[in-house]
Design a protein around this ligand. Structure first.
Ligand code: AMP
Length: 375
């Protein structure tokens, strides 16, 4: 059985906050890190042993990353698949490039999920302006137009609410110049996510289900454990495990889901990496998502994911950072602050998060409200 032992070097494609948190955790475990990112002194570069500063597409730099790493992982899904294919031929990339190809494209992702009989929102691929019009009869209104590639945090998607907006929808499609889909609007009562780890030997483990609130399509806060029934929890976890096993995932996969008004679970999106909605695990689980990712790709047995305490994770965006810093002396003693070391604090940019632990959501929620940072 292949095990990449502490003392070895883990290479990370991408130098953002996810790479940073993988590195901080992994360094505690005794691993060394090298990251490739075009921005000098990236969040991950600040804590890695070495940053190679170059575009992801620069082959010489990609080769240098491969040469100095015993195992390679990535911290975002929009890695050019030709790059991962090159890496795969020269080094150990246990996550492979196949999963990236699927999750980089909504059409492939949703079609793959359908082939596993996993429920997804009904959708169509736009082939002509006529599809934009007939989608009203096929999927109802409102509907959501989404770019097949490149979208995140609600970018690359438009909600079409009435017939009057059809000319606008056609204009969006014509201008986009890339594949787009139209998705049925799902009336949901909650948004949930489940993170599953699967190691190179096929062992799997789920993290507790998170209940996620978004503001302007950006994750605002996660409540764990999610306030759902046991039956819904089992359904969410078994759907997540089915996806991880069917895709033969190695590492982590985050599965974003809707809990519909009828109590059904519908899968919205996959992310083949640690996920913002799993940051709670850093302070509330026996094993964090970052440690689990390292264990999974290094072939170690997966850690216990038991939740130790109710928790609310709240994101710190650019517009919140100064308020957090001003009120740093008022944070409750059970609040754990994580900042990502980003130089520029831009509106809606994820700068950090706080894990608020406590005995009940009511008590934690009151502590958060009393701070007056997010209101
Ligand atoms: P996505 O980029 O697909 O994760 O979508 C961003 C957010 O838009 C989701 O977290 C939901 O809040 C909302 N959304 C996306 N797709 C749908 C849908 N089919 N029905 C209702 N809301 C949606």
């Amino acid at each position: 059985m292949k095990v990449i032992k502490p003392g070895s070097t883990i290479g990370i494609l991408g130098g953002g906050q996810l790479g940073r948190m993988i590195s901080i955790t992994g360094r505690n475990m005794g691993y060394r890190f090298v990251t490739l990112d075009p921005t000098p002194n990236s969040p991950c570069g600040q804590v890695a042993d070495l940053q190679i500063t170059a575009p992801y597409t620069e082959l010489k730099a990609v080769k240098a990353l491969a040469d100095s790493s015993d195992v390679i992982t990535y911290e975002f899904e929009n890695v050019d698949s030709t790059i991962t294919s090159i890496l795969e031929t020269t080094s150990f990339v246990p996550q492979g490039s196949e999963l990236l190809k699927i999750t980089q494209n909504r059409i492939r992702e949703k079609s793959t999920l359908k082939s596993f009989h996993v429920p997804v929102a009904p959708f169509l691929v736009i082939q002509s302006e006529n599809d934009i019009e007939t989608a009203i009869d096929r999927l109802g209104l409102p509907y959501i137009m989404k770019t097949a590639t490149g979208g995140y945090d609600g970018k690359g998607q438009w909600v079409i609410k009435s017939k009057e907006e059809i000319p606008f929808a056609m204009e969006v499609w014509n201008k986009a110049g890339i594949d787009m889909i139209i998705e049925q609007f799902i009336p949901f009562s909650k948004e949930l996510s489940v993170i599953v780890a699967r190691n190179i030997h096929g062992q799997t483990k789920t993290f507790p289900v998170a209940e996620n609130d978004h503001i302007n399509n950006i994750l605002h806060q996660s409540f764990v454990p999610a306030r759902i029934t046991d039956e819904q929890r089992i359904q969410a976890e078994s759907t997540a495990l089915k996806i991880a096993d069917s895709l033969q995932v190695v590492g982590l996969i985050a599965i974003e889901m809707f809990l519909t008004n009828d109590g059904e679970i519908i899968v919205n999106e996959l992310a083949p990496r640690p996920h913002n909605s799993g940051h709670y695990s850093m302070d509330a689980c026996i094993t964090s998502q970052f440690e689990q990712h390292i264990r999974a790709i290094c072939g170690m047995p997966l850690g216990d994911t038991t939740l130790l305490s109710p928790i609310i994770m709240v994101n710190i965006l650019g517009q919140h950072l100064n308020k957090v810093l001003d009120k740093i002396d008022q944070l409750p003693p059970t609040a754990k602050l994580h900042l990502y070391g980003k130089k520029e604090s831009v509106e809606n940019r994820k700068m950090g998060h706080i894990n608020f632990l406590g005995s009940t959501f009511e008590q934690i929620d009151e502590e958060i409200k009393n701070l007056g940072i997010w209101s």
